[in-house]
Ligand binder design. Sequence first.
Ligand SMILES: Cc1cc2nc3c(=O)[nH]c(=O)nc-3n(C[C@H](O)[C@H](O)[C@H](O)COP(=O)(O)OP(=O)(O)OC[C@H]3O[C@@H](n4cnc5c(N)ncnc54)[C@H](O)[C@@H]3O)c2cc1C
Ligand code: SF4
Length: 455
Amino acid sequence: MTRLARPLDRLRPRYDVVVVGSGYGGGVTASRLARAGKRVAVLERGRELVTGEFPARFPDLRGEMQLTGKRLSLGSPTGLYDVRFGEDMHVLVGCGLGGGSLINAGVALRPDPRVFRDPVWPAEVGADGLIDEGYARAARWVRPARDEAAAERTKFQALGSASAALRQAPVRAPVVVSFAATVNPAGVAQPACTRCGDCCGGCNVGAKNTVALTYLPDAARHGAEIFTHAKVRHVGKAPQGGWQVHFERQDATGDGAGKTGTVAADMVVLAAGTLGSTEILLRSREQGLALSDRLGRSFSANGDIIAFGYGAKLPVNAIGVGHPPKVEGLDVGACVSGQIEIVDDAELANSLTIQEGVLPSALAPILPALFIPNGRLLGALKSLIAGVYKGPFASLQTFFAVSHDTASGRLVLQDDRIALTWPGAQDEPVYRRLDAAVDRLVLGAGPGERDPVVL
Ligand SMILES: Cc1cc2nc3c(=O)[nH]c(=O)nc-3n(C[C@H](O)[C@H](O)[C@H](O)COP(=O)(O)OP(=O)(O)OC[C@H]3O[C@@H](n4cnc5c(N)ncnc54)[C@H](O)[C@@H]3O)c2cc1C
Ligand code: SF4
């Protein structure tokens, strides 16, 4: 497969536009501005992983994890899974060319229109009609689709059997997956999804419509120059006009010259994700750039939780088999096939969506070890012997739930690194509501062990 990134030594001194980050925000910007004839450079801190290079086995994960916290810094700074441990909340983000699209579940939902009526958003966002045009354009590129065969998936059926508890049947979820082989709008050939379930580990088939397979190839085809291993530290006004972008090379070995670099641009677009862009701005402010005192405030976690339930009456089969498949004949489905949508017309905050999810196959060998210490999963030993695709893990349910929180988190710089503080986050009303809803689903699914493990 053709690689998009070029060696960092070929970075020019100046561009019309420097785009920092290569997830959805960066990919769309690079593609559109390159099409508009701008000289564009994309700077991404992570590596380029092409289809077939995503971790397939547990040992592969070692080089792909980066774990940071107050007194913790482990793993490679270019590892694909970037976990930030906080005192009140932990955050997982993607690191690599394509950003979060490489490891997300790819569920493409539109926010409830009431979200943008909240005065925290500029009125134009909800009122000028451009957002609808934006959705339509994005849909042409990432092509959300509902799996025709979703209802045949055991995890969908398990959610269905439990859903009576919430008096709401599941529907097929729109996911950015190619369920049939195609040549996408960027001219990239994509094979059909094999329903291996590994979307959150990284798609080794090439069927997930990631930014790396859509907007970024389009940007490159229109002249954008894409660079990996460039971690932007801060931006400042350039003496000659425009901006100066200061970055740290992640491909340099040893100390000294060559570890840092700069590039100038008429315009800089920060698209390094919520944590990345805020970190760059906070550092830039420390370096003297005048910025709002609201920077870093009102962080929201989207009211998200991931929860596990076990003891379902029906087999769930929600552990990915990967590609090539680790076991034959198990049609797991895309990471999310079905979801329960509960809309509260009177109170937006009470609206929630609960999806059935899949754990990536690379994690499969350690699942028994993860659950045994709590003594939570009876028969886990049987699974160790029989493999996690049989025994109690076949009835392990993973739920992704999305709702609305109060956006009371704060991002600050601590020891030159971004840190999330959110005292009382665990008492947010949304988590009580989601816990209760997941609890009812787990109880509705079967008679076995009932406590959902909520992370
Ligand atoms: C496991 C998981 C599952 C998810 N599932 C869903 C889902 O089903 N549906 C959904 O809508 N959302 C989902 N999300 C969230 C979604 O992926 C993110 O909201 C989305 O990726 C954000 O896009 P972005 O462009 O703002 O940032 P990102 O996609 O995070 O991209 C930012 C990029 O900037 C890079 N970067 C960061 N700092 C720097 C720096 N200093 N210098 C240079 N580069 C930098 C990062 O490496 C990254 O590549 C999920 C996320 C995760 C982690
Ligand atoms: S289910 Fe497998 S093949 Fe399909 S998109 Fe997800 S990772 Fe790719």
